[in-house]
Design a binder for this molecule. Structure first.
Ligand code: DX5
Ligand code: ZN
Length: 218
């Protein structure tokens, strides 16, 4: 099955955001992946709800907000208000993940849990009824351009089995170090959505990179 492609806007050229947005639309991106970093949960800063609001006013693309923040309870609502369609927050950062997933769902949006590389997926079985997607980090979160962690392939298979057992049809998204080789491995292991930043944005035209990643599902 052909995977969905989520370009990570963290790798977009900040001086040409409008142009890069148009290129993502032209390439039929399945969603736009927005990495929100707070300098606390991860050692880096990116952007806040302001960018999401500006994008919302200018694109029909699904806005996929990956919150790499401590206290996601304080930040989910502002991103929903700004126009996020899908919100993922980290299990490691949340005291009440079930409640937070419910809050996102009650707003009519899609809810996802993100897991760091060293986090066991087993607790997902208790959240399965409220999950639209699981984001498996395939690098340590915080920066684009890092190397894919091969041990995550087993975790993708494990997560797929666990979700199936729970009767949950949530998508599995992989994020970090995705290129054509690792993208293909992830799709074979059971991933549905490939996030790609530094590798994808190297392509000119951008649509060529999308083509290559989509072909990993053949
Ligand atoms: C990392 C972010 C990723 C990152 C992916 O913390 O969650 O979305 O932008 O970038 P690449 O594809 O360069 O690893
Ligand atoms: Zn991300």
């Amino acid at each position: 099955m052909r995977p969905m492609i989520a370009p990570s806007f963290l790798s977009a050229d900040l001086f040409r955001l409008g142009e890069q947005l148009a290129a993502c639309e032209a390439a039929d991106a399945d969603m736009l992946h927005l990495d929100i970093m707070d300098g606390h949960f991860v050692p880096n800063l990116s952007y806040g709800p302001g960018l999401v609001r500006a994008l919302r006013a200018n694109t029909p693309l699904m806005l996929d907000c990956h919150l790499m923040v401590s206290r996601p309870e304080d930040f989910v609502q502002p991103f929903l208000d700004a126009g996020a369609d899908l919100v993922s927050f980290h299990l490691e950062a949340s005291h009440h993940p079930d409640r937070l997933l419910g809050l996102i769902r009650d707003a009519g949006k899609r809810a996802a849990i993100a897991l760091n590389p060293a986090t066991d997926p087993a607790p997902l079985r208790y959240l399965a009824s409220k999950l639209d997607m699981v984001l498996l980090m395939t690098v340590n979160p915080g920066f684009g351009g890092q190397r894919f962690l091969p041990a995550m392939l087993h975790k993708i298979r494990q997560t797929r089995a666990l979700l199936q057992e729970a009767g949950c049809e949530a998508l599995i998204q992989v994020d970090g170090g995705i290129d054509e080789v690792h993208g293909a491995e992830c799709v074979t292991a059971g991933a549905d959505v490939l996030v790609s930043g530094s590798w994808l944005f190297k392509h000119n035209p951008l649509a060529n990179g999308f083509e290559i990643l989509r072909a990993t599902g053949k």
